[in-house]
Every structure is written in structure tokens, then in C-alpha cells.
Ligand binder design. Structure first.
Ligand code: NAD
Length: 436
């Protein structure tokens, strides 16, 4: 058992804290957001994540998990995970490092000789090297241990990640840091999960490179969707056939409205900005195109809506199904669905948005839109239906029932999630990205 502090209790930190308590560690979660801490202390995660409420209550009832706004509480811990946000800076593509810097500054006075600080936030390469000296001055050591969790699967991904990556300094200090992380992650290591140790820069790059690769794969198939649209081909069949080649693999080849959320968009932009600083901008110049392809899919979806409404969406009633950036999450950060809904509203459409979990967050960032608590309510009287986040309940909609609610049976499937044959048989005009 290790006594752990987790600094920053958002998606990453709250799940990490609860998961570490569930495998027997003593964990104190610290955040500067008092509202967030109060919610966590009442077993309420400030966001939707399957399995997390149960871990929060079990952990706090066992006495192994607590939350506070008092950074002084971190003094009792020997291993400190830094899990604060690294959003895109307001004035450019780079990451805003103010939260990481402030978190480490506040942690420094709490450190004892022999403590280990573990960065988990996604940071520009070179960050750990920059932060390490101040930590060493306190007699503590720094490791960088990037996180690969997927929202919607965060608990399972934290407890059973695809791999553990430790960025540690060379020599004995690095070996001691790795040994401490091995103790923290003993449960996963015993279950056979691979562990790689590397220098700081490599560990930081693993995370950015992984997200860049995933974003590239999505934009690759979306670029193919553009070609399918130009040539009359079907991207869903193309993706199926490509995915059968094991060198390519089927995952992340679902053509549609593209990626969003609090990670991929800002991570590829921060990577370009950092590469530029390092004089290696040409190496990741392709990411500019990856980003552009991704954003073009949103424009294309709006084009399809216009086409299906005889050239203008102004004054027309549009039902948007989905607000979160992906299903099983209430995260609306850089959500393609919400972006499209707002673009349509700006063109004068009467947009009504439904989402099973993300309505509160969506209302906060897009108060100008109308919201419906159920899909049925959003569909009522609609001239056009857009499926923009592929929640299971939208995939499973009955086209006959949906048809009875709308004014016109026209659907744009922004996620290639519906069965065109079934919807067309029920009298719907079915349009999708990358399909005839
Ligand atoms: N969300 C994901 O799926 C995911 C996955 C892997 C990696 N990451 C990375 O993890 C990091 C955190 O992302 P997130 O999605 O959890 O962000 P988030 O915005 O949900 O959470 C960040 C939290 O840090 C808190 N915070 C800010 N400054 C603080 C300080 N000085 N002291 C204590 N707390 C402070 C905020 O109040 C907030 O609760 C980012 O670098 C992100 O790229 C996120």
C-alpha cells in the first residue's frame, strides 16, 4: 500500500484517485475547484463516467479515499500524481502550461525527501526536464507516466491500461522511481500488463505520438470519405475491406463527423507548436492537414443539411441527436456535434439538441440552442434529423416510430451509425458522409 496524492481531480485525476483507492492505496485527491471537490466528496463525479460513482463511494466508505481543496493534505503522501489540465492556449496552438506549473509550485513545499512526483498530464516534450530541478531541490524525484485512458472506459483503462510507460531519469534515481511506480501499479503488473521505461522526452512523446497517430487514422478515412463522395463509392465498405488487412487494422476507421473532445484536437495542435519551437515543424506538418480534414467534415455535414432543405436551413426545424463529442461521455469540449448544431443555428435554423448525458454541459457552452430531454421531443415536427453522436439509443431508434414524430422523413447520419436499408424502407431519405 502506498499513500498517494492526486493533484487535479478532473476526468483524469478523479478516475485515477478512485481507481488507486480501489486497489488498496490510501489516496487524497486535491483540486482548486471547491464545487468539484464537494461533489466528489458526496460520491458524485462532476462528469458522466460508467463505474466511477461506485468506486467513489466504495473508496470513501472504506476510508482509503478522500478529497480536499487543501494542498497541505498532500504532505502525508509519498507519491504525488499531477493530473491537472493542459488545454490549448488562448493565443495560439500550444498547450497552456499554467495549470501544471501552478500545481507543481503548490506541491513543492509539501514534498519530503524520497517522495516521487508523477506527471500524468499530457505535456509538450521537454516539460519534465524543465520541472525536475525544483523537485530535486526538495530531495524528491520526478517521473512522467502518460495516461492513455478513453473517456467512457476510463475506470477499466486506468486499472488495466494497454501499457505502463515510465519516463524516468538515468541511473539509480530512475531505478528508484520505477520501483516506486511498480509498487503503485503492482496489481496491473501482476496481471501481465507491459511496462516500458524510457527517458522523460520519450515518455512525453509516446503520448503525443499516439494521439497524433489516432487522429491521423480518423482523418485518413475521412479523407477517403471525401473521395467516396466525389466518386460515388461507399466509405463504410472501403473501411471494412481496409480493416481486414491486419497491418492496417479496423479500429479508428469509422468515417463520419470526425474527432473532438478534450484531447485529440488540442494535443495535435500542441504537438505542432512544440515541434515548431524545436525547429522540427516539417516532421509534423501533416497534422495541419489532419486537423483541416477533421474540421471540413463539420462543414460537409452542414452542406448536406442545406441540400436536404432546398438550399437554406433558415427558419427550418432541425433535430440534432447528440451533443457530447462521443457516446458514453458528457464531455462537450470541442464536440463536433455541438459545433455543427451551432453552425446551423447561426444560419437561422431552429435547432433542437438531445443527448442522454451532456445537456447540462451543452447548455453551459451553447446557451443559444434549444434542448430536448428526449430524442422523441427533439424529433417532434422536425424538417430534418441529424445524428451526430452515436449513442446506442440513437443507433437503435425505430425508423417507423421516428417517422411518425417528424414533419419530414429526412435524416443525415453523421456517424454512419444507422442501417440505410432499414431507414429507406421506412420511407426516409437517408444521407451520410462518404456514402452514395
Ligand atoms: N480526459 C481524458 O480523456 C484524458 C486522457 C488522457 C490524458 N488526459 C490529459 O490529462 C490532463 C487532464 O485532463 P482532464 O480531461 O482530466 O482535464 P479537466 O479539465 O477535466 O481536469 C483538470 C482539473 O485540474 C484542476 N486544477 C487546475 N489547476 C489546479 C491546481 N493548481 N491544483 C489542483 N487542481 C488544479 C481543475 O480544477 C480540474 O478539476 C490533460 O493534460 C489531458 O490532456 C486526459
Amino acid at each position: 500500500m502506498t499513500v498517494i496524492s492526486v493533484i487535479g481531480c478532473g476526468y483524469l485525476g478523479a478516475v485515477h484517485a478512485a481507481a488507486m483507492a480501489s486497489i488498496g492505496h490510501d489516496v487524497i485527491g486535491v483540486d482548486v475547484d471547491a464545487e468539484r471537490i464537494a461533489a466528489l466528496a458526496q460520491y458524485r463525479p462532476p462528469f458522466f463516467e460508467p463505474g466511477l460513482p461506485e468506486l467513489l463511494s466504495a473508496g470513501q466508505e472504506s476510508g482509503r479515499l478522500a478529497f480536499t481543496t487543501d494542498i497541505g493534505a498532500a504532505r502525508a503522501a509519498a507519491v504525488h500524481f499531477v493530473c491537472v489540465g493542459t488545454p490549448q492556449a488562448r493565443n495560439g496552438l500550444g498547450a497552456d502550461m499554467a495549470f501544471v506549473d501552478a500545481a507543481v509550485d503548490s506541491l513543492l513545499p509539501q514534498l519530503d525527501t524520497g517522495d516521487l512526483v508523477v506527471g500524468k498530464s499530457t505535456v509538450p516534450v521537454g516539460t519534465a526536464e524543465r520541472l525536475a530541478p525544483a523537485i530535486r531541490e526538495r530531495g524528491a524525484e520526478l517521473a512522467w507516466n502518460p495516461e492513455f485512458l478513453r473517456e467512457g472506459h476510463a475506470v477499466e483503462d486506468t486499472l488495466r491500461p494497454s501499457r505502463f510507460v515510465y519516463g524516468v531519469p538515468a541511473g539509480k534515481a530512475g531505478q528508484r522511481a520505477a520501483a516506486k511506480l511498480d509498487e503503485v501499479y503492482a496489481d496491473g503488473l501482476e496481471a501481465g500488463i507491459s511496462r516500458l521505461t524510457a527517458d522523460y522526452a520519450t515518455a512525453e512523446l509516446v503520448k503525443t505520438a499516439a494521439n497524433s497517430f489516432l487522429a491521423t487514422k480518423i482523418s485518413f478515412i475521412n479523407a477517403m470519405a471525401e473521395l467516396c463522395e466525389a466518386s460515388g463509392a461507399d466509405v463504410t465498405v472501403l473501411a471494412e475491406a481496409l480493416g481486414m488487412d491486419e497491418r492496417i487494422g479496423r479500429a479508428f476507421l469509422n468515417a463520419g463527423l470526425g474527432f473532438g473532445g478534450g484531447c485529440l484536437p488540442k494535443d495535435i495542435r500542441a504537438f505542432m507548436a512544440r515541434a515548431d519551437e524545436l525547429g522540427a515543424d516539417q516532421a509534423v506538418g501533416f497534422l495541419r492537414e489532419v486537423d483541416a480534414i477533421n474540421l471540413r467534415r463539420r462543414e460537409r455535414t452542414v452542406d448536406l443539411a442545406r441540400q436536404e432543405l432546398d438550399g437554406s436551413v433558415a427558419g427550418r426545424r432541425i433535430a440534432v441527436l447528440g451533443a457530447s463529442f462521443k457516446p458514453n461521455s458528457d464531455d462537450v469540449r470541442d464536440s463536433p456535434a455541438l459545433d455543427v448544431a451551432r453552425m446551423l443555428a447561426r444560419e437561422g435554423a431552429q435547432v433542437r439538441v438531445a443527448d442522454p448525458q451532456a445537456l447540462d454541459n451543452a447548455r453551459r457552452v451553447a446557451p443559444e440552442l434549444d434542448y430536448a430531454t428526449t430524442a422523441a421531443e427533439a424529433l417532434t415536427g422536425a424538417d430534418l434529423v441529424l445524428l451526430l453522436t452515436e449513442w446506442a439509443e440513437y443507433r437503435d431508434l425505430d425508423p417507423q416510430d421516428a417517422g411518425a414524430a417528424v414533419a419530414r422523413r429526412v435524416v443525415v447520419d453523421g456517424r454512419n451509425a444507422l442501417d440505410p436499408h432499414r431507414w429507406r424502407s421506412a420511407g426516409w431519405t437517408y444521407r451520410a458522409l462518404g456514402r452514395p
